[in-house]
Design a protein around this ligand. Sequence first.
Ligand SMILES: [Zn+2]
Length: 306
Amino acid sequence: MAENNVMTKITDNLLKVYDYAFLEGATYGFYKPNDAMYVGVRMTEKQYNCPGCGKSFRVKIRNDNDGILYFSKSRIAEQKKIYDELDMDFPADWELMEKPYTYQLSGYCADCAAEKLLASEEWGQRINNLCHELYLQDMLVSDKAKQYMTDAVERWLSGIESADELTRFDLANPEILQELIWIMVLSDTEACEKALQEYRDRVQPILYELKELLEQATPAWKAYVARSSSLPESMSDGEYHEYTLAFPADDTVGQDFYFRKNVEKSRVEMFVSQHRIASIQELLADAGFQEKWIDMVMDKANELLK
Ligand SMILES: [Zn+2]
């Protein structure tokens, strides 16, 4: 089990490939933006506008780089279009650098998405929805395992009545202590096995339907993708770097909004065909050893030695 720290975790890999397929279109660049390609904007907030219910929702932007963010010219053109649709006046060129700018987005709120998008039978939207559900299940099984493994450590410790049941091991040796805890976790995996079975039962029909839909899918399509308001967003379509990334203020509440995006079949196929957690060994290794278990054992030993 010691090798579980060096190998790439299955869920970390799935998270990266999901982002690549559905969220991040731009690639990372290192240079300072030039005037020919970018426009400096004093952006202070974002406003999400839901076309379904008409509600709007504001997010404050962190004040990095003296409050100036660099927009690609295509993004400025897109903003002008959205301002137009919202029947608002787009600021004059000189105002962009000088006056606080509100970045406008048009995206369905979670309530409207549940009603209009998640029940969609349209194949492109259905693929996106199924992939999102798959992604949530991938993350959920690992989170459950982390909790159930901690429960197993707790169960083991609650059955210990005398200090020497622990102190007969060399608790000062981190390797021995870690080994001991792993043995206990591995001897109490019933809850994790049940979670893995539930995960399989949820995921298998999703994968089956996705394969069928992808066989008939075109190389690219447009459909809505959920994106959280707490994620940073690049103001450039081509690439992103520190001058284009708008970071929401630290106290931003993460709320999903749904945006129409271009999706590439090859990227989606890559996400769908990734290796997923398939055995109890993989699940336990993926959830991994938790440092807090060591504290739990030491606390118990100290309590019994009092
Ligand atoms: Zn809405």
